[in-house]
Design a protein around this ligand. Sequence first.
Ligand code: UN1
Length: 469
Amino acid sequence: MKNCRTIIRLLLRNKFASVRCHQSAAMSSLLINQPKYSWLKELGLSEDNPGVYNGSWGGSGEVVTSYCPANNEPIARVTQATMAEYEVTVQKAREAWNVWADIPAPKRGEIVRQIGDALRKKITTLGSLVSLEMGKIFVEGVGEVQEYVDVCDYAVGLSRMIGGPILPSERPGHALLEQWNPVGLVGIITAFNFPVAVYGWNNAIAMTCGNVCLWKGAPTTPLTSVAVTKIVAEVLEQNNLPGAICSLTCGGADIGTAMAKDERVDLLSFTGSTHVGKLVAMMVQERFGRKLLELGGNNAIIVFEDADLNLVVPSAVFASVGTAGQRCTTTRRLMLHENPWDPKTLYGPLHTKQAVEQYLAAIEQAKQQGEEEAFAWNNEVKQGLSSSIFTKDMGRVFRWMGPKGSDCGIVNVNIPTSGAEIGGAFGGEKHTGGGRESGSDSWKQYMRRSTCTINYSKDLPLAQGIKFE
Ligand code: UN1
């Protein structure tokens, strides 16, 4: 392996590697009844919680008990949606769209602003619930509520900026322009590892774009889905808007499959494993629906010989063990570059300046070949979500970002693979699914584009100069 024989790759942990075991908890009392966890009631939760919201709360399907992975104790119960309740909820959501789509975008942004403020007020309790139910540490629980707050702020600004260009028409007396419209009903299926943030990215942007949402969270984090929906529903109801704008149907694969196959779900945003994502994608494609997929990653950090180790060590630790390795962006491969060009090598000086130049050029060539090989290793996996290099070499940075560099959706330098900001588009290529959520121009995925040509003259010139007389 020529110059890169000193690069080693360590396979880190698998995404979604957590194991839950509930047998011993069956007899315990619910945590929500213990004084230590009474704050759960501040989120509107009780022993038994309806898992369907479409303007009013309901649910008469399977009852699931949510367990705390830290102590294996049952927290509270949620009643999931039946297929009949799913049906009613889709209808109510679509009716709600008739109201929501007519509201001007900046006014929709004002509602999203209020949702962001309502989340701010509950950030500590909601973050604690995420920690209790999903198992991530408290600061990370709060951190993902913060992502929802941040994307609400982003969406408020976006609500005054969504627009298309006016293009030059080749015909006199004609205007050519792009108009963006909401797609309609956005189905959002999220995973257990980010039970708030991923819904938030989709919800805030989809709402601002004029869509209504139907959410199915992970079956193991239903209390978080219910608590978030309560916060959002209160804002909608206070503004005399139909609650079904942000509907919820807690459930398992039956509800997920129904959403994937349902022609009334205009866009399906799915976050989860590549395996399930592929099944979902095929069901949505079968009906020529739209999909936005955020699937697994197999993310690498490459540490070059000039890396600042003060940055590398905490980055690698955070990205590998943060959230117990259960982020899509978790580092699973670490490539460490030992330095064979160390200046402390026991060599005497070269005899001429020319020889020194040749020697340096050879080193540069060797470095670049090593670099190419490291980039190739980054890209050799099926997934293409996140990737990081650690280097001070600006040429290498731009090669890493360029056509022969990382093939991932997230391409980092001197920071970990995880912990992306909401302002950028989040998602990845290849088996990661190709979708983009959150910031930048991800909003376009939640809208349909119309190319509008308007003749404001009294003549009818045809395009391409065609005379049809
Ligand atoms: C995920 O793991 O599904 O970049 C989302 C990050 C977080 C989001 C991860 N902002 O690690």
